[in-house]
Design a protein around this ligand. Structure first.
Ligand SMILES: Cc1cc2nc3c(=O)[nH]c(=O)nc-3n(C[C@H](O)[C@H](O)[C@H](O)COP(=O)(O)OP(=O)(O)OC[C@H]3O[C@@H](n4cnc5c(N)ncnc54)[C@H](O)[C@@H]3O)c2cc1C
Length: 436
């Protein structure tokens, strides 16, 4: 039996484990899914995870739940049954089971808070009896043909590994300087109802992480808020049917050129604010935008001085700006997990990539199954799959499809070389699209 370890018991781990559990109920042997989690299931949707205070609202509709889009293509001739069984773990099923359904409908189907969304994910995890190994993964190594995930007290071996989550919210430009807050420090203060009292505040970052913090900051006694991002302005996310459908259904994504895909992601995902947040922010005349990349930060005379580098034509200009408080909301580091990799794991990855590890190279190597092509044991990186496979894979837009791709992958050579004859192999969904 193969084992799939998931770093982090968040939305993706719950979705994959739920689908594996349903497939098992149907008499097919999927891989054993084990999540390794440092805090608790769905921790990043609560204040404790450091990415929210739990009270802000989900941007995507909650119907984009662990089974969405309910178009499984994993078990030949039984995909409709698989989808039906998956609806037992839907957002609506959760509301019905917990007596909240009528209320939610009558209130006009409001977006749940992050905390409510976390409660839903915990409910699914409990119902499927998801296997969770508690501990912070501090090293990932290769042990023969398996991954070895090391925590302080334990080592989990697995035939395949899926890395999830946005990384660490504790990062800041100037560690230890009380005038610079990390994302985690900001949300910790917000969750404690600790007022942020400052004249000139800078928010670094023009993406959704920064947008959520700006939304919170509006309620605090600050005089001006300068949003710093490299983009020309603060763009609003494209949210029409056409843009949304790219996230739910990436069927035609791979037919686009790399440049077309990058353009689509720039309009809909990276460094853009959702229109609902943008509307609120526009109405607040304390907020302005400053274009630039932070090149340098220093604390001086009770201020933080930020040196911004701005590209104009072929030249870079540097300007210096002083702030009383800086919030480092630049957010995600796509390669955060590589700092956990041992040298042998890094070598394996670079060998598979055919060159030094870099974000672009890694993104371009993500295959149909959301794993890095040419790397064995399998390494699934859905958070880096947007460019190659579809913009919905890094987020909540198509968790059901993500689960199909991952579970449909051949997790170990034994699957193809005969392996366990009692185990009907799960196959890739493109082979079965027509069978359904
Ligand atoms: C504030 C905020 C709001 C968002 N809103 C939306 C939205 O509305 N719609 C949307 O599609 N996307 C949204 N996102 C993006 C969101 O992160 C992803 O869609 C989704 O949570 C990703 O799921 P995941 O399973 O990859 O990670 P997560 O749900 O973030 O889970 C990662 C887990 O890994 C654990 N972990 C981290 N490091 C370690 C370690 N070393 N060892 C063990 N465990 C570890 C964490 O504790 C966490 O439980 C939002 C992100 C943020 C930060």
């Amino acid at each position: 039996m193969t084992t799939l370890a998931v770093l982090g018991a968040g939305a993706k781990a719950v979705a994959v484990a739920a689908k594996a559990s349903v497939v098992r109920e149907m008499g097919i042997n999927p891989p054993d899914v084990i999540a390794v989690e440092r805090t608790g299931v769905a921790a990043n949707w609560y204040a404790i995870g450091g990415w929210t205070d739990g009270a802000h609202r989900l941007g995507t509709g909650p119907e984009k739940d662990v089974g969405f889009p309910y178009r499984s293509a994993l078990v030949p001739r039984r995909n409709a049954e698989l989808d039906e069984r998956m609806t037992c773990y839907s957002w609506q099923a959760y509301l019905i089971a917990t007596g909240q359904f009528a209320d939610w409908i009558d209130r006009g189907r409001p977006a749940p808070t992050h905390r409510q969304w976390g409660q839903y994910l915990c409910w699914v995890a409990e119902r499927i009896d998801m296997e969770v190994a508690h501990g912070e993964v501090d090293r990932i190594a290769v042990d023969g043909r398996r991954w070895a995930l090391h925590t302080r007290d334990n080592t989990i071996h697995a035939d395949a590994l899926m890395v999830t989550g946005p990384g660490q919210a504790e990062r800041t430009l100037l560690p230890g300087n009380p005038r610079v807050l990390s994302i985690a420090q900001f949300w910790h203060r917000a969750a404690q109802h600790d007022r942020i009292n400052a004249e000139r505040v800078a928010m670094i970052g023009g993406g959704e992480t920064a947008a959520a913090m700006l939304n919170e900051l509006r309620g605090h006694p600050v005089s001006t808020i300068t949003v710093i991002s490299p983009q020309v302005t603060l763009f609003t996310r494209g949210e029409s049917y056409f843009e949304n459908s790219l996230f739910s259904d990436p069927t035609h994504w791979t037919a686009l050129t790399l440049q077309e895909r990058r353009d689509a992601i720039a309009r809909t995902d990276r460094g853009v604010f959702s229109s609902s947040v943008q509307d609120v922010l526009m109405a607040d005349d304390r907020i302005r935008h400053l274009r630039g990349r932070v090149a340098h930060a220093v604390g001086r005379d009770g201020q933080i001085r930020l040196t911004l580098s701005t590209n104009r034509g072929s030249e870079d200009f540097e300007t210096v700006h002083g702030f009383d408080l800086v919030i480092d909301g630049s957010g995600l580091d796509a390669l955060w997990f590589t700092s956990l990799f041992s040298q042998d794991a890094l070598d394996l990855l670079e060998l598979g990539l055919g060159g030094p590890l870099g974000s672009d190279r890694l993104q371009e190597a993500i295959g149909y199954d959301l794993a890095v092509e040419g790397v064995a044991p399998k390494l699934f990186l859905p958070n880096l799959a947007g460019l190659n496979q579809g913009p919905g894979f890094p987020n909540l837009s198509c968790l059901g499809l993500l689960s199909d791709r991952v579970l449909g992958a051949e997790l170990s050579p034994t699957d193809t070389a005969g392996g366990d004859p009692a185990r009907p192999a799960l196959r890739r969904d493109d082979e079965h699209q027509s069978i359904r």
